[in-house]
Design a protein around this ligand. Structure first.
Ligand code: AMP
Length: 465
């Protein structure tokens, strides 16, 4: 196999080191990698990949794995659900198979990710790919007891996954040694910035060796993500796949105008009676709203649970497991479940309330239509949701289909909402100060300015069940 620098063209400025093969019709038109075994991965990893039933690398895996194996820094954008976790986990594990030249116990690789759910998911993926090798792995997230984490940090841990808040807690207590660190993965960088973790990320990176390899993954590679990339990465390769701003093609998206909360309940009941709906994620804007709606649905004999940030980590994990196993069919959640929840067979995502941050809409609906399956995303748009809808449509660049159910028509017509520019939230706290007793920051409500008005509506009528 011949390794050459291949340029993907001026438009997306992608420069990749891809293996170039002589033309082979069996490998496809371009002759680039189509199977995992062509990726020069260690047999232990290939065995684990095969055990998981994976045969072909996804686009991001084809492109990122050779780049990471080459030792280059990397900034990559890829839609969630595209297999991006394996794209950084596999080459990182392969790197860790080589012995460290440095003595010590601290992590040789760190993945920093914004939410506990994502961290748990990544840790699970690492353990799946590591099942035939002996790399020591660890997880550090908030909402869990300190003592097992402290015990883990007293022993050798090669591959660590963490959320910024709890990791900073341990760092401030002098419990983390980054002197051996070789690979730093910043996952969901855009979300990290949205959640106000920018200072924490910088503080954490500032105590790492400068000659480390840094990999940045983000839904988008623009604005403040580019600034942080400039600060943390050295001569990065860049991979820009379809971003999260692209429509999810396998997901049918539509919305209903709702006059009131009671109207939303009726619209929801209509959809819950649909036989095609077998596993649903219903999003509300508040934790109390999630609990209340879950209670209402339970009273109507729907197997329902709620999921939000006020629940202990164990309870959250148990609830997600119940949905995965089918013990629960409907999960009413806040945006804590918008990212990182990878459950097969979610047929419907229903936005009972629209998200305040437009990007969260994309992440919410991405919980359905996974791994090639078809999905359905329904939004119930009440009087306080129109501005949010305008932001979502501006971000995704498409108008969500308006639908009316016979017998459940709205009384009014769609308001003429002025779209406003999307501001960035500010960080709520600095992680250089003491963190004790503080909670994770959330993005602030945004100030907005106006732009063009809404286009005309299209209404399709469906019969009420
Ligand atoms: P991620 O984007 O890392 O959250 O992955 C989304 C889903 O894709 C997970 O359920 C993975 O198990 C699955 N996945 C990862 N790589 C592949 C692959 N090469 N082929 C099929 N599914 C994959």
């Amino acid at each position: 196999m011949l390794w050459l620098a291949a340029s993907r063209g001026w438009r997306d400025q992608i420069n990749l080191f891809l293996p170039i093969y002589p033309y082979d019709p069996a490998l496809g038109r371009t002759g680039v990698i189509v199977l995992f075994k062509e990726l020069d991965l260690d047999p232990r990893l290939l065995k684990a990949i095969s055990k998981l039933g994976l045969t072909k690398p996804t686009e991001i895996q084809k492109k990122a794995i050779p780049t990471v194996l080459s030792g280059a820094d990397l900034m990559a954008s890829a839609q969630t659900g595209t297999g991006k976790t394996a794209a950084f986990v596999l080459p990182t594990l392969q790197h860790l198979f080589r012995r460290s030249k440095k003595v010590g116990l601290g992590p040789r690789a760190l993945v920093l990710t914004p939410t506990r759910e994502l961290a748990i998911q990544i840790d699970k993926n690492i353990r799946q790919f590591n099942r035939f090798s002996k790399i020591t792995t660890g997880l550090i997230v908030g909402g869990m007891s300190y003592s097992p984490q402290l015990k883990m940090l007293r022993n050798r841990v090669d591959f660590l996954v963490a959320t910024p808040g709890r990791l900073m807690d341990h760092m401030e207590r002098g419990k983390v040694d980054f002197s051996r660190l070789e690979i730093f993965v910043l996952d969901e960088a855009d979300r990290m910035l949205d959640m106000g973790f920018i200072d924490a990320v910088k503080d954490i990176a500032s105590v790492m060796p400068r000659n480390r390899q840094t990999l940045l993954f983000s839904a988008t590679l623009e604005g403040s993500v580019l600034n942080i990339a400039k600060e943390l990465l050295r001569k990065p390769q860049r991979i820009s796949l379809a971003t999260n701003h692209d429509p999810h093609r396998s997901i049918r998206q539509h919305m209903h105008q709702a006059d009131s909360k009671a109207h939303k309940h009726k619209l929801l009941a209509h959809h819950l009676d649909n036989n095609q709906l077998t596993k649903a994620l219903i999003f509300t804007s508040t934790k109390r709203g999630a609990d209340q709606l879950a209670k209402t649905l339970r009273l109507k004999d729907h197997k329902t649970a709620s999921l939000h940030g006020d629940m202990s980590q164990n309870k959250r994990r148990q609830t997600v497991e119940n949905l995965r196993k089918g013990r629960v069919e409907m999960l009413v959640a806040t945006d804590v479940a918008a990212r990182g929840l990878d459950i097969k067979g979610i047929t419907h995502v229903i936005n009972f309330d629209l998200p305040t941050v437009a990007e969260d809409y994309i992440h919410r609906i991405g919980r359905t239509g996974r791994a090639g399956a078809a999905g359905c995303a329904i939004s119930l748009v009440g009087s306080s949701d129109w501005q949010k809808l305008a932001q979502i449509e501006k971000l995704t660049g498409r108008k969500i289909d308006r639908e009316v159910i016979e017998g459940l028509e709205p009384t009014g017509s769609e308001p003429n909402i002025k779209q406003r520019a999307k501001p960035r939230p500010k960080a709520k706290r600095s992680f250089t100060k003491s963190l004790k007793g503080t909670k994770s920051p959330k993005s602030k409500r945004r100030r907005r300015r106006s732009s063009e008005p809404q286009k005309t509506k299209q209404i399709r009528v469906r019969k009420a069940a």
